[in-house]
Every structure is written in C-alpha cells, then in structure tokens.
Design a binder for this molecule. Structure first.
Ligand code: WTA
Length: 659
C-alpha cells in the first residue's frame, strides 16, 4: 500500500495539467509575451503596472536602489484606503459587495463599497479624535470580522501604520509586539468565535496592557457579548465611538514610501522581526499579482481563507482584492465547525468562484473524506490556489479533483511576509501546471537557485532560493533595526546584493521551481512560520527546564510539528525520579507554558525528556541529529559530536518510547 502510494506520487509529479480552453479565452493574462516584456525592462514594466492605481501625484522615478534599501515610485503620492474604496464610489461598484462576512455562529453581513466608505471614514475620525496622527502606530488584535478590515483601512487612510497581531497569539506575544512597535492605541474585541467557544481576546489584551507603557487607549469591538472588564479612562467601546463619529474623512496624501504597516514574523533568533511595508510599491505589487494570478473579474466571489493577521490576509484578503474592486469573503471560524463541510457550505451559500487556501487545510479535508465536499454544490468554483508551504502532489491532485471538479486550474503561490506579494506562481490562463511545483517566477521577478557561494546550480539540483532584483512590495527594513535587515536577508552571499529567502528549492529541466522547505531554524507548522529559538527560550523560561532543543518533525497534516527535547533542572529531575510528579504532568505543564508564552500554534506535539542534548565541541546543539532521531532515520554525520555516547543513548531511549 505504502509503496504504491510512493510510486503514484512519482508518476503524478510527471503529469502536466493544461488550463481548460474556456478558461484560457477569458483569462486576464493570455500571452507569454508579458514575461519577455517585463524582463527586457523591469522598471518600465512596474511603471506600467502602477497605472492601475490612482495617484494624487505621479512618481518621478520608478525605483531608487541603494542596495539593500529600495524606494519605489519616488515622490509619488497616494493613499491605500482611497485606492481600495473611494475610487470605486464614482463607478457602478458603489453598490457592489466589497466584503461578504460569515461569522462562525452563522450570522452574515454584506458590506458594499459605500458601506465600507462610511465605516472606514467614521472610524478614521474616531482615531483622529483619540489623538492618533500620521506616523503613530496602532496595534490591532481582532477576530476575523469586518471591523478588522475597517480598522486597518482607517489606519491607512490617516497614515497611521498598523501592526496586526494574529488573534491566536498569547498575551505575552501581543505585549512584545506592542512594545516593539511603540503602539499608541490597541484595537481589540471582547472575544471571537472558534469551534463554538469564545477566544478571550480582551482578557489577553488586559494581561498584555499591564506592561505596555505606550498604549493610551484600547478600543473594544463587541462580538461575543461575554463579560469583560473595561478599564476606566483607557478602554472604550467601538460602537459607542462610532455612534458619534461623523461620516467622511479626507484620505491623507501620503508619500509612496510612507510606512503602511509592520507585521511581525519569526526569524532565527528569539525576537520576532517587525517586517516593514510601505505604501506605493506594496499596493502596486499586490494589486498586480492579485489581478493576474487570481484572474479576478467583477463577477467573481473571491475567498482567501487566511487570517488577516498573517501577510496572506493583509495582501490577499483585504488590500489586493479591494484595490481591484473585487468581492472578498471573510469567514470568522474553523473549517470543521459545526461539521467538516463548513467551507463547502460557505462556497455553496455565496457562490464562491475563486478559493485560496493552505496545503495543511487541504490535507485535513482529505482526512475528513470526500463525502463532505461531494455533498455540496461547488460548481461555481473556477480557480483554486494554495500558499504557505510546499503542497505534496497527492494533496494537489485531490484538491484538483474533489474541490475543483477537474476543471479549475490551481495556482500554487510561493511568497513570504517579507516579499509582501506573490513571487513564484502559475498564471492560470497560460502556465501548464505540475502538481507540487509553484512553476515559474512572475513577470518582473528575477529569482534563482544558487549554491553556498551564490553561484547558480545546474537544473535538477537543489540549492538556496534567492531573488536577484528588487521588487515593488519588498520589505523595506526590520522595524527599528536596519542592521538585522541587512544581516538576515542580504549578506548570505558576500559581494552580491542578493535576497536570501531562507528556503531551499530546485529547478527541473523545464525551469519549474520545486520548493524544498526552510533551510534555516524556522519551522513551518500548518503554514505558520515559527522560530525554533523562540520556542526554546519559552521552554527554558519554565522553572523546571535547564535546556531545550526544538525541531520540526514531519507531520501528516500540519507539514511539520513541533518536537521539543528537554533537559530538566536537578530539582525537577529528582521530583520525577521520586515520582512526586509524573512525566505526563511535566509534559503537560511544558506544553501549556509554550502555549501561554507564544500561542497555541507553537505548542509542542511531542516533549521528550533527556539527561543530555547532543552538542558539538564548541557547545552548539546539533538539531540535525535530533531531527534524524525524531523522524526515525539513520543518524547523519556524528563526527563533530563532543560525546557520541549521548546521541546513541538518546536514540535508543527515544525509539523504545515510540514503540
Ligand atoms: C513557505 C506566507 C512552498 C516558505 C505567504 C516561505 C511556501 C514561507 C509556499 C513564508 C509555497 C510559502 N510553496 N513553500 N507555495 N508559500 N511557503 O512569511 O517556506 O508566513 O519562506 O508567508 O512559507 O511564510 P510567511
């Protein structure tokens, strides 16, 4: 059985899927010439794409590149919220659905572009009334409800950079992000719905705000209606402020390089990186790719299932679709609530035509079985997408057949928080698809696969994925830390200003890219980047733990799962020995501790207690060997180990526990 599956997978990788003829006929991009045009003169190409936006003042120059610092559309003036809302109001789109919202309990709301204009301008006035000025940072910690899009657009309208913190993050993660950005206002909610339960956002926010000296006001959206504490002078209800806020608020004429937002992402050290995105280049990059990759038309109902708290939600739930005047769907809750067909029910209910999700979700759908999608009418779908991690060919083909009815192209889109926009992806009307490959870089994008010295590797071989030329939606820096920006992304290959993505990749003989996962100490759990260092430091923060090493272990559904190897402090160890505490208790405590420090997504699946960790003579933990153990492989090179007996012992104990 297992062998058959492997062979099938190999065969499938060779399969090529051509876009159906009727799709080709109507596609937004239907000629390969675009690639050549963009390659011949990338700046001219991006200048042309920038014409899709409304500018208060046109740029003088497309790009000013002082590696690794870029300025795009120099001296151009524009406003993101104006481009996402106001410019549609003088067209028939005024009454078009901008946002379709489905709450987890089944409530739904449709906001037209006019509705969005009203809500956003009113809230922009609320922010101004609380003293928020252009340049002030605003932290947002909300569930997936329309107010999340409304508040971010209001920030963009007045030029206050937002920092959105995913609602699944803990109080401490929220606190650290607020403090790094020095946010003045926090926008949160009483709670959000997840699998029928309330996520206590306000409670977490209260805990965070005991240690955030820069926060002056907290604005609270009422969503779940449960009891919360409102702190006098600091906390104010969203609906009360909105009831008094006047309609209409001018969109600030902002410089193209004005900071639009900060979004924190995991790096190889414990401290999250505040990735900075600016206005003009970002909006050009995401509106262009949104139109081309998703082939969006005015008649589409477009649904990207990502949480807005991640970059995918920023770029392809909110800003990209709205800049293009599309209808974007927002769903608050879990895919299996109340039943595993919730997504398919939503597609049927709203006639969704374009559906963009993550491989980890697709693998879960596969596990739940085809009976769930087959019980719903999915015939409105015409295009599917994936993002976040490599998709295994088996899942690709399942998605293609069972969700797309074998008629919808799939766009496998490779990109990052740092790239801001999709970089490597098929264009659905012209790119033949191979299951598991993100295919080729988009027009205007110059990527490569190189060896450790920065030289291109021959086709068919693996190497590091790099980007050789700047692109409009690229990050501009790490907030407050130019040094870290340079060191993390630009100095891997000395002498060349090449962006290092941290991913391994190979190119096949058709020049198609195959992503091979992260090559640094970042692991990808269910499409979310987590830093092994950050989880390790949260474990060591627990009073029982002396040392820990965290690795990503292959996982059937999540892609990777967190596995922690932990050595205990002497006291904790003797408690265990004397049976004062059981292994289960300690394991439970450690898992809960990580969830508290970072969030439930970082909770280890597996905690393994060990007397010692394998180290090099210079004291570096050899995580590579721990990965071999956790995945049941033969150990790799052990010659640099300080004490080879440690690893042999560890392997034996680990395996006897597994069985
Ligand atoms: C991984 C999400 C393979 C990759 C937009 C990247 C992918 C990291 C793909 C960025 C894909 C994203 N195929 N791997 N189509 N898309 N990745 O910052 O490792 O949350 O570096 O941005 O996800 O994750 P991030």
């Amino acid at each position: 059985m297992a062998r058959e599956a492997t062979i099938n997978t190999l065969l499938e990788e060779e399969r090529i899927f051509h876009p159906p003829e009727d799709f080709v006929k109507q596609a937004n991009v239907n000629s390969q010439e675009l690639y050549a045009e963009a390659k011949a003169n990338p700046r001219l190409y991006w200048g042309m794409q920038a014409e899709r936006l409304d500018w208060f003042q046109k740029w003088d120059k497309v790009l000013e590149w002082n590696p690794p610092f870029a300025k795009w559309f120099v001296n151009g003036k524009l406003n993101v919220s104006y481009n996402c809302i106001d410019r549609h109001l003088c067209t028939w789109r005024r009454n078009k659905a901008a946002i379709i919202f489905e709450g987890e309990p089944g409530d739904s709301r449709v906001l037209t572009y006019w509705d969005l204009y009203r809500e956003v301008t009113q809230f922009a006035n609320v922010l101004k009334g609380l003293g928020v000025r252009t340049g002030d940072r605003v932290a947002i910690y909300l569930p997936m409800i329309p107010e999340l899009a409304i508040t971010m657009l209001a920030c963009a309208r007045i030029g206050a950079p937002h920092s959105i913190v995913f609602g699944g993050f803990s109080a401490e993660a929220l606190r650290d992000r607020i403090n790094d950005a020095g946010a003045k206002v926090l926008i949160t909610a009483d709670g959000g719905w997840r699998r029928g339960k309330v996520v206590p956002l306000k409670k977490n926010a209260d805990a965070a705000m005991t240690q955030t000296p820069t926060i002056e006001k907290a604005i609270v959206v009422r969503r779940t209606n449960q009891e919360i504490d409102m702190k006098q002078d600091r906390d104010v209800w969203y609906h009360e402020l909105m009831a008094k806020a006047p309609l209409g608020c001018p969109a600030e004429e902002l410089d193209s390089e004005h900071m639009l937002f900060i979004l924190y992402t995991s790096g190889t050290t414990g401290k999250p990186k505040g990735v900075v995105h600016t206005t003009g280049g970002y909006l050009v990059g995401i509106s262009t790719t949104h139109a081309m990759v998703f082939d969006v038309k005015d008649s589409d109902v477009y649904w990207c299932t990502a949480d807005i708290g991640w970059i995918t939600g920023h770029s392809y739930v909110v800003y990209g679709p709205l800049a293009n005047g599309a209808t974007t769907l927002i769903y608050e809750g879990a895919p299996d609530w109340p039943e595993p067909d919730r997504f398919w029910e939503i597609i049927e209910k709203f006639g969704v035509t374009i559906f963009y999700t993550a491989p980890t979700a697709i693998r879960a759908f596969m596990k739940w079985g085809r009976k769930w999608p087959s019980g719903r009418n999915l015939s409105t779908l015409r295009l599917l997408g994936t993002v976040g991690e490599p998709i295994n060919p088996e899942a690709w083909v399942w998605y293609y057949q069972n969700i797309g009815g074998s008629r919808c192209p799939i766009v496998d889109t490779w990109w990052q928080t740092e790239t801001g926009m999709i970089m490597i992806s098929p264009l659905p009307g012209i790119t033949p698809l191979k299951p598991g490959s993100a295919t080729v870089p988009l027009p205007g994008i110059d990527a490569d696969v190189v060896d450790a010295a920065g030289n291109p590797v021959p086709l068919g071989q693996g190497g590091f994925l790099v980007l050789k030329e700047p692109w409009p939606a690229m990050l501009r820096t790490i907030y407050g830390d130019d040094r870290r920006y340079i060191d993390t992304y630009w100095t891997r290959f000395p002498g060349k200003w090449t962006y290092f993505a941290g991913d391994g990749a190979k190119r096949d003989y058709h020049n198609y890219y195959w992503m091979l996962g992260r090559v640094d100490d970042v692991i990808n759990v269910a499409g979310h980047r987590l830093s092994t260092m950050e989880i390790e430091s949260s474990l060591v923060d627990h009073p029982s733990v002396a040392e820990s090493a965290v690795i990503g272990k292959n996982h059937e559904l999540k892609g990777q799962a967190v596995a922690a190897f932990v050595t205990l402090k002497a006291r904790a160890f003797s408690e265990l020995k004397s049976a004062k505490k059981s292994f289960k208790e300690i394991e439970g405590e450690l898992k809960a501790h990580v969830a508290k420090k970072i969030g439930a997504i970082a909770r280890p699946d597996d905690v393994f207690l060990t007397a010692e960790l394998p180290k090099t003579r210079s004291g570096k933990i050899m995580r590579r060997l721990l990965r071999d153990i956790a995945e049941g492989r033969i150990l790799g090179d052990t010659t640099t180990l300080a004490d080879p007996a440690v690893i042999a012992d560890l392997k034996q104990k680990y395996e006897s526990r597994e069985s």
